[in-house]
Ligand binder design. Structure first.
Ligand SMILES: *Cc1c(COP(=O)(O)O)cnc(C)c1O
Length: 355
């Protein structure tokens, strides 16, 4: 049975977008392809409030997380860890043999500018990784404030941001905040099928990459730049997904960026209030995510059984991530979902649990 997805990726994809993927194939060295990439890139730049480059990779987000650390540092990277995905970025950095240290806070808590300041003040770092929206805990880190601190006090430190579960769902002013890398896969707030990643890269980060020996090939900004002006990619792009992305970006801009951010805030507020009424919120109230809520299972229900029942009614939520399995459950409110969709979902849950 078809299930509407309320999980934090992949998210529900509208029929129109599924259809947009079925356009006939075009050659990736053709004018038609260049026209497509030339059309979609400025829309992405507009959404990220940036004049700098935005690359498109045929990859899931994790590939670009790896690429970004491989091209960022000739010294040492600071990894900030507040949950499963930020932890993954630290593991990726270490797995590539890049010198790195981490600062870590307990799950459900945020990384603050003060913590980053204290760590960077020890010296020797030239990049920092931050997951903007920690999907495992439903928490949004204060990236704007952290970036302001780094730009002011540590001009040589590149700011790498994983915005996988909030890009296209929350405002990210790439240039004004002074970010250097901001990446996301399209299967979350973009509400597209999986397989394509979007990555904004600052001129500063592109220059740094050229200083880093063995910074890779497939994802290298240096390689991407060889085709960028031609509106192409060095290897074969995910053409069908790009066709769908082009349609989706037009719809996102037609909705209005501010309206889109507001819709996510509204959906988040609704789910947060619902969670407070029947359960509890897991993460620090000051940093709740606008795109996914981690609900603490204070009633000791079986989340697996609840999801089975929801499945029979055409909906799906997420269990808690990793160690939080059955201790929490997550409801995503991202992409093209609406407040009405969420009211329908909470109605189903109340009905199943007899709340
Ligand atoms: C989903 C997610 C990832 C992993 O994305 P993939 O596209 O599966 O590689 C990384 N970081 C965050 C914050 C995520 O939510």
């Amino acid at each position: 049975m078809y299930k509407k997805l309320f999980i934090p990726g992949p998210t529900h994809v509208r029929d129109k977008i599924l259809q947009a993927q079925t356009a006939p194939m075009i050659g990736h060295r053709s004018k038609e392809y260049s026209d497509l990439q030339a059309e979609v890139t400025p829309k992405l730049q507009q959404m990220l409030y940036t004049q700098q480059r935005v690359y498109l990779y045929a990859s899931s987000s994790t590939g670009v997380m790896e690429a970004s650390v491989r091209q960022a540092s000739t010294k040492k990277i600071l990894n900030t860890v507040c949950g499963a995905f930020s932890k993954r970025w630290g593991q990726i950095t270490a797995a590539n043999g890049i010198p790195c240290d981490k600062i870590e806070v307990p799950m459900g808590q945020a990384i603050t500018p003060e913590m980053v300041d204290e760590a960077l003040s020890k010296g020797g770092y030239d990049a920092v990784t931050i997951v903007m929206n920690e999907t495992s805990t439903g928490l949004m880190n204060p990236v704007k404030e952290i970036a302001a601190l780094v730009r002011e006090k540590y001009p040589d430190v590149l700011i790498l941001v994983d915005a996988v579960s909030c890009m296209a769902g929350a405002k990210i002013e790439f240039d004004a905040w002074g970010l250097d890398v901001c990446l996301a896969g399209v299967q979350k707030c973009f509400a597209l099928p999986a397989g394509l990643a979007v990555c904004a890269v600052s001129d500063r980060a592109r220059e740094r990459a050229l200083q880093v020996p063995n910074h890779g090939y497939y994802f290298a900004y240096e390689q991407m730049d060889k085709k960028y002006e031609k509106h192409q990619t060095p290897a074969t792009p995910a053409i069908s997904l790009l066709q769908a992305l082009n349609v989706q970006m037009s719809d996102i801009l037609a909705e209005g960026l501010e309206n889109r951010w507001e819709r996510h805030e509204e959906m988040a507020a609704y789910i947060q209030n619902w969670a407070r009424k029947y359960f509890a919120l897991y993460s620090d109230e000051n940093y709740l995510s606008p795109t996914v809520t981690n609900v603490e299972n204070t009633r000791g229900i079986s989340v697996a059984d609840l999801n089975k029942e929801l499945g029979q009614r055409g909906a799906m939520i997420s269990n808690g991530y990793g160690d939080l399995k059955e201790k929490c459950f997550r409801i995503a409110h991202m992409g093209d979902l609406t407040l009405d969709d969420l009211k329908w979902l909470t109605g189903l849950i109340e009905d199943i649990l007899g709340l």
